[in-house]
Design a protein around this ligand. Structure first.
Ligand SMILES: [Zn+2]
Length: 349
């Protein structure tokens, strides 16, 4: 009896040890599986395998309050592909000093041809914002170079944006710009500087296009106001950053033009006359266009809006134009304006 009891106890101990070992193995297995499926690094690897499943980076978070430009720059697969394409174009145009991946781009919208509508901003987005835009017309090549260079400049000279915020959308019309033969209009044949939903767009835009524009396809205002993603993109930037000032670069008409709050337009004009003299670049009032940025932002929203028309659309002259107009850009950044649109005014010295 004693022997059999001892035997039975040994058997029980052995069985308990086996259970303990099994539990240990099961625990280890659960931990391993958990690590593989839920560990952030493992998650990252899974998403990185498929570009379509790419986890949204800081760049594609919907209108995030991301920090202003500072390395390292996170780039989605989609944006990396686009920047690569732009780099090839830059090389073709001889713009060897542009390093697109050094800039913290943000985008939320894409064009018909799936190109990101990107922008970068410098400084504190909550006050004294201004907006710079290039490449609104896709065949105005050096305008894009000027905006890339300005982005580099602001990144390297943060004191310029101290106490203010500068937003740069260097390429508003990537579809036109990246076409085999660059076009003024976007992929749908719409002139993006005639598509803004200005008050009289409905009654005037098509009539104006037929009479003054003689139905030239290059100036087609679209089937309705704000029909284009590129227009909505510019409107979204204006709504988010509430810029007091906008500078839009075009070519090749060779002048400065301006629009702004009618109550304060004389002061802006005086300031523009001085800038025009210093840059040795003529000042001209280009006239009224339904659906234009000057009308939408300057006349209807009291944003001080400056249009710079470069003398040519020759990409080889980008560097020369940047040197020539950089002082005007910096003066425009420094132009003191108070208030939020539509209650903006220049601060007189
Ligand atoms: Zn233009």
């Amino acid at each position: 009896m004693e022997v059999s009891k001892q035997f039975s106890n040994r058997k029980k101990k052995k069985s308990r040890r086996r259970w303990a070992a099994a539990l240990l193995i099961a625990g280890a297995l659960i931990l391993a599986v958990g690590f593989l499926f839920f560990h952030p690094a493992a998650e990252k690897e899974k998403t990185a395998q498929s570009p379509l499943d790419q986890a949204p980076s800081v760049i594609s978070e919907p209108f995030s309050k991301a920090q202003s430009a500072a390395p390292p720059v996170a780039v989605s697969v989609e944006l990396a592909g686009f920047l690569n394409r732009l780099n090839k174009q830059n090389t073709r145009y001889g713009w060897s000093d542009i390093r697109l991946t050094d800039i913290r781009w943000e985008y939320h919208r894409k064009t018909r041809n799936h190109h990101p509508l990107m922008f970068a901003y410098y400084g504190d987005e909550t006050n004294n914002c201004m907006l710079f835009m290039g490449g609104v017309h896709g065949d105005e090549l050096p305008t894009v170079y000027l905006m890339f260079r300005l982005a580099h400049y602001l990144q390297e000279n943060p004191e310029v944006v101290k106490g203010r915020c500068v937003v740069i959308a260097p390429l508003v019309n990537p579809d036109g710009y990246l076409a085999d033969r660059p076009t003024r209009t976007n992929a749908a044949g719409v002139d993006l500087n005639r598509n803004f939903p200005t008050r009289k767009w409905h009654s005037d835009a098509h009539r104006h296009w037929a009479t003054k524009g003689r139905k030239n396809k290059r100036y087609y205002p679209g089937s309705k106001a704000a029909s284009e993603q590129e227009t909505l993109f510019q409107i979204a930037l204006i709504k988010r950053f509430k810029p007091q000032k906008i500078l839009s670069v075009h070519s090749p008409l060779n002048f400065f033009d301006y629009d702004g709050p009618s109550a304060d337009l004389d002061s802006f004009e005086q300031w523009m006359e001085q800038i025009s003299r210093e840059a040795n670049h003529p000042l001209r009032k280009f006239g009224y266009y339904p659906g234009s940025l000057g009308n939408y932002a300057g006349n209807e929203r009291n944003i001080f809006t400056l249009t710079l028309e470069l003398p040519t659309s020759d990409p080889a002259r980008g560097e020369e134009y940047f040197r020539r107009f950089q002082p005007a850009f910096l003066k425009f950044i420094g132009l003191p304006v108070v208030g939020t649109p539509p209650n903006t005014r220049l601060v007189k010295k």
